[in-house]
Design a protein around this ligand. Structure first.
Ligand code: SF4
Length: 357
């Protein structure tokens, strides 16, 4: 790791590289190629905007994760969102959501991950994201509500990219997510692929499904359905008593090696979370690389650290990003080295909550 180059520059370079690769990956599909070429250009522009704000001492994260709801049409075992018991009454309105996206765009945030719960229980997200064509919105969905109507809409609105959750094969997926979910997900992936709609998959990697989800057969099967991005999220034991599902040290090391290898062996992009953070000097939460907004509008360091001292319903995003709480975490990111369970902030939650006090 070249210490002389700031983490911001390294992170911005990796974002630019990522979209350049997505563009070249889609060269054979003309409509996608043109879209991703413009996306790549937009990312370059956003980097310059962020650099301008950073020079003025304003924190401007490249990425933002917005959980637009805690509601969901499934009840998966060990669901992280459900484990938080969020109050669904106070969810941000469509105006709130659109407003915070506009503010983030002004700060140069160029990728906004839409999460939940299940985002499609709020179909207004399709109209909200359509208003910001130069921002990429990966939408983390369980795939069940990707109807023909929604799929044809996605075909016309390429900046909203479905990222479908899967746990491995039928056994792993249906045991956690419910009977029939695996077949449903494969059907939806097939439809998206046939319609040349760019999409990805999100895989929660545990000690148990590690061998399945890192197997060539699993990956090539999804690539045959034209899956373009694979996001491997290391399991975080948010539910007490599930610590033995976290990756072992050898598995973590192996996953990093494989992710680097696969980038050069498969026609797709591979992302590890939080594994890749080490490339940028440790935890990227609290606005260093990304920040999380809860369904109620609370600005939190990370989806796995549900703590906050600000709400974007009550103040401009720029002001909330300057919060004392987030600043202290950013300043101490070097203390947040990789942990036993997928998230340094979760592991150090006693320290994190002490900052709030
Ligand atoms: S689909 Fe996601 S939010 Fe819904 S129950 Fe499953 S893990 Fe939780």
């Amino acid at each position: 790791m070249d210490g002389s180059v700031s983490y911001e520059n390294r992170f911005n370079r990796s974002v630019k590289d990522f979209f350049r690769k997505i563009f070249s990956q889609n060269l054979t599909r003309l409509s996608n190629a043109w879209f991703f070429f413009n996306t790549w250009m937009n990312q370059l522009r956003s980097v310059r905007i962020r650099e301008k704000w950073m020079r003025r001492g304003v924190q401007s994260p490249p990425f933002m994760i917005v959980s637009i709801t805690a509601r969901c049409n499934l009840a998966c075992k060990g669901c992280y969102s459900h484990a938080q018991h969020r109050n669904t009454e106070q969810e941000m309105s469509a105006e709130n959501l659109s407003g915070v996206i506009a503010e983030a765009r002004e700060l140069g945030t160029s990728v906004i991950l839409i999460a939940g719960g299940e985002p499609l229980v709020r179909p207004e997200i399709l109209d909200i994201t359509k208003k910001y064509p130069d921002i990429i919105f990966p939408m983390f969905t369980n795939g069940i509500m990707l109807s023909e109507t929604v799929i044809s809409r996605l075909g016309r609105q390429k900046n909203l990219i479905p990222v479908i959750s899967i746990e491995g094969g039928m056994l792993e997926t249906d045991v956690r997510r419910g009977h029939g979910v695996f077949d449903n997900v494969l059907r939806v992936m097939g439809r998206l692929g046939r319609k040349n709609i760019f999409y990805g998959t999100s895989i929660t990697v545990t000690r148990e499904n590690f061998d399945t989800v890192t197997h060539h057969g699993f990956i090539s099967g999804l690539i045959a359905k034209r899956c373009g991005v694979f996001i491997y999220v290391e399991y975080v034991p948010a539910k007490p008593g599930t610590e033995d599902l976290t990756l072992t040290e050898p598995q973590k090391i192996r996953l990093r090696e494989l992710l680097a290898e696969w980038d050069n062996t498969y026609p797709a992009q591979f992302i590890g979370f939080p594994g890749d953070e080490e490339l940028f000097g440790g935890c990227l939460a609290s606005g260093r690389g990304f920040v999380h907004i809860s369904p109620e509008g609370r600005l939190e360091p990370c989806p796995f650290a549900p703590y906050s001292d600000t709400n974007v319903k009550d103040m401009p995003l720029r002001e909330a990003l300057a919060s004392e709480f987030l600043r202290k975490i950013r300043e101490n990111h070097h203390l947040l080295k990789e942990t036993r369970g997928g998230c340094a902030l979760w592991e150090n939650r006693a320290w994190v909550t002490s900052l709030l006090k």
